[in-house]
Design a protein around this ligand. Structure first.
Ligand code: UD1
Length: 347
């Protein structure tokens, strides 16, 4: 196991929600970070914020990971030791509308990245996967050996990438790859400088609630209260983005432990319903936030909760923050950045 943290890490999707928090964590731990992003769903302003929050050597190149020449140039310019690959499209509904875009941005980009890595003799990778791979499960908590049943193009791209990475590792024992299947990342950096800032109307519950709290939306539409859960609303395993970032660093630290491809869940093991999350956010912002129950969202499942045992055993990782802290940090970011990173952005 290498814990000297003197290496140079390429982070794709470095300006994104999880990418930016991971850059901060890696820089704080002593790694040199080279970030790349095409800003499709992020803002260049994130980079200044990362530099404010973390000291250390942070380089950045604007590029699309599908541009193999531009990517190869990064590997020629810096002595990359390992890669954390976040860059991807991630909206489930959109993936149904534009599947080819998703297969290109997620699967094709990963193929290209792995090819460029091999050409430059870099065979250490942490891949950003998702609990969406499990689909509708029969029981929770979910262990990593639960069969994959992806139900939409987005989750199929993540599943395909995992299979490609497993095949690459099977062919060449020199590869060390960990795919991290995250549950529902929320929260923000405690400084209030970094957080989640989706373009347009948020698809996900947490940024929507935060925008209700700051007055950009009237009320939360709760998608169904007739699920077989304690209060009838959907249950998810929300994980603080700072904990998730630490999980990536620990996965990098432990890449050397074993050759090949391994898959690890990152979640807290605790489920929270939509109404519980709304109550926690109301407590954080000091105001009861309005909601209205509407019909279920097609494709949603009742409950998704991680069994996080393997992360603890393999990486020494456990989530530190609970939902109250996640809401406090998300609220602080939204309060300090009411219109997100770009002031001119429309609501
Ligand atoms: C989805 C994806 C996941 C992805 C995540 C973030 C699946 C199964 N999950 O998670 O892979 O990482 O988005 O992009 O494909 N809800 C409301 N009102 C809203 C929004 C959501 O009530 O306005 C409810 C949903 O019904 C659900 C819960 O809140 O019960 C969480 O929804 P959301 O934040 O969208 O995340 P997931 O759908 O779990």
């Amino acid at each position: 196991m290498s814990t000297d943290r003197t290496g140079t890490i390429l982070v794709t999707g470095a300006a994104g929600f999880i990418g930016s928090h991971t850059c901060v964590d890696l820089l704080s731990a002593g790694y040199r970070v080279v970030g790349v992003d095409n800003f499709l769903n992020s803002s260049p302003r994130v980079l200044e914020r990362v530099r404010k929050v973390a000291t250390g050597e942070f380089e950045f190149v604007r590029l699309d990971v599908r541009d193999r020449d531009a990517l190869a140039e990064v590997f020629r310019r810096w002595p990359i030791d390992a890669v954390v690959h976040f860059a991807a499209r991630k909206a489930v509904g959109e993936s149904v509308e534009m599947p080819l875009e998703y297969y290109d941005a997620n699967v094709n980009a990963t193929l290209g990245l792995v090819g460029v890595m091999a050409e430059h003799d870099v065979r250490r990778l942490v891949f950003s996967s998702s609990c969406a791979i499990y689909g509708a499960v029969d029981r929770v908590p979910i262990t990593e050996d639960t069969p994959a049943r992806p139900t939409n193009p987005y989750s199929r791209t993540k599943w395909m990438c995992e299979q490609i990475l497993a095949d690459v590792c099977a062919q060449d024992q020199g590869w060390h790859i960990t795919s991290l299947r995250y549950f529902n990342p929320i929260g923000a950096h405690p400084s209030g400088l970094l957080g989640e800032d989706p373009h347009g109307v948020p698809n996900n519950v947490m940024p929507f609630i935060a925008q209700v709290a700051v007055g950009r939306r009237d009320e939360l539409a709760v998608f169904g209260d007739d699920y077989p859960t304690p209060d009838g609303t959907g249950v998810r395993d929300y994980i603080h983005v700072v904990d998730l970032a630490e999980g990536h660093r620990l996965a990098l630290d432990h890449l050397g432990d074993q050759a090949g491809h391994r898959v690890i869940n990152l979640g807290t093991g605790r489920g929270t319903s939509v109404l519980e999350l709304l109550a926690a956010f109301s407590a954080a912002c000091g105001r009861v936030l309005p909601h209205r129950v509407v019909p279920r969202r097609p494709g949603d499942v009742a409950a998704l909760v991680a069994d996080a045992t393997l992360a603890r055993e393999a990486l020494g990782w456990t989530a530190r923050s609970g939902v109250a802290q996640m809401c406090r940090d998300a609220w602080e970011f939204q309060r300090l950045n009411p219109a997100g990173y770009d002031d001119e952005k429309g609501v």
